[in-house]
Write a protein that binds this ligand. Structure first.
Ligand SMILES: [Zn+2]
Length: 329
């Protein structure tokens, strides 16, 4: 049993469609016995595998939030065998604020696992997911995008788990998801990740980046809607897979895939998403409008690759990522 303070009226073992709430006690000046109300839906029809889908881990990443809300309305229990658990705004305070991290505790949910039952709201949410939801799941997919500060080509993704069997299953799930690109993250992008939490429980996990720039990407949303149905068919939860799909596998092999500015200023990007670039090619000029006599600084790519991510915001600080690459594997 989990020692979580989170409570819910949902019954995860019940057939049918339940759309409800995870109540996280949050006592503040304006509400002494208040709760943070995290939305959740459970759609179940008999025994079978369980798919757990989450979005809003980062509140300014929207394609998954829109897609999961739509699926909660659209999928009927009679269509499926097994169980689907959907959380369209999993770090609710961040999602409502349209911000990457929670405004209550500055918590980044995808750095918070395994969480704490007695911690801040973000830590309590992480703990509930790891101690209650992940153990029920056969597959977990957490939907991301570039948020406000990055913009991605729509792509599914996974991170090496260190378990060859799990990684093989994640690759198969990515093929079923069928995004135009499927990205393999190098290890070491951070600690406290949901992918690491799922691996601790032997649960297959995939993710993805489906747009960004603080907007809802129509192309990214289409990829998510088709991909979820592909994964559900792959698991046997839906009877038939949607048409289309087919994916190109790419990876980020190291820090040299990232173009980072050594100076602050105004970024003029010289490339666009989807461009193939060479080592030494110009990535961006960094202008200094406050010192117009200065020549702009040139930031160049350190290796060849495909531009899969760019920064949409022109104003940059020293150390900001301007764009990054991936290569086929
Ligand atoms: Zn994210």
């Amino acid at each position: 049993m989990s020692d979580t303070p989170v409570f819910t009226d949902l019954d995860y073992a019940k057939d049918g469609k339940q759309i409800g709430t995870l109540f996280l006690p949050h006592s503040v000046n304006r509400s002494a016995y208040g709760n943070i109300c995290v939305p959740i839906a459970v759609i179940r029809n008999g025994p079978g595998p369980t798919a757990l889908f989450m979005a809003g881990t980062h509140g300014d990443e929207y394609e998954g939030q829109v897609a999961l809300s739509r699926l909660i309305r659209d999928i009927s229990p009679s269509e499926i065998s097994g169980r689907i658990i959907l959380m369209p705004a999993v770090n609710l305070p961040a999602a409502v604020a349209g911000a990457r991290v929670s405004p209550i505790d500055q918590g980044n949910l995808n750095r918070a696992y395994p969480g704490r039952p007695d911690g801040t709201p973000t830590q309590v949410i992480a703990h509930y997911i790891e101690s209650v939801l992940i153990p029920m799941a056969d597959l977990l997919q957490d939907f991301h995008s570039g948020g406000a500060s990055l913009d991605y080509l729509p792509m599914a993704a996974f991170q090496f788990s260190g378990d060859a069997g799990l990684d093989e299953k994640a690759m198969a799930a990515l093929c079923a998801f069928g995004a135009p690109l499927s990205l393999r993250w190098s290890r070491g992008i951070g600690t406290g990740l949901v992918a690491t939490a799922a691996a601790r429980h032997g649960v297959v996990t995939i993710g993805g980046e489906f747009g960004g720039a603080g907007s809802v990407s129509k192309a990214g949303l289409d990829v998510v809607m088709r991909g979820i149905r592909g994964v559900l068919a792959h698991l046997g939860i839906l009877a038939s897979a949607p048409g289309g799909g087919g994916t190109r596998f790419v990876e980020i092999g190291g820090r040299d895939y990232y173009a980072v500015t050594p100076e602050a200023g105004v970024m003029e990007l010289a490339v666009d998403l989807g461009e193939q670039v060479e080592a030494g090619q110009l990535c961006a000029l960094i202008h200094s409008p406050e010192s117009p006599e200065r020549h702009p600084l040139e930031v160049r790519f350190r290796r060849t690759g495909l531009v899969i991510c760019k920064r949409p915001m022109a104003r940059v600080e020293r150390g900001d990522v301007l764009a990054h690459l991936a290569t086929d594997f």
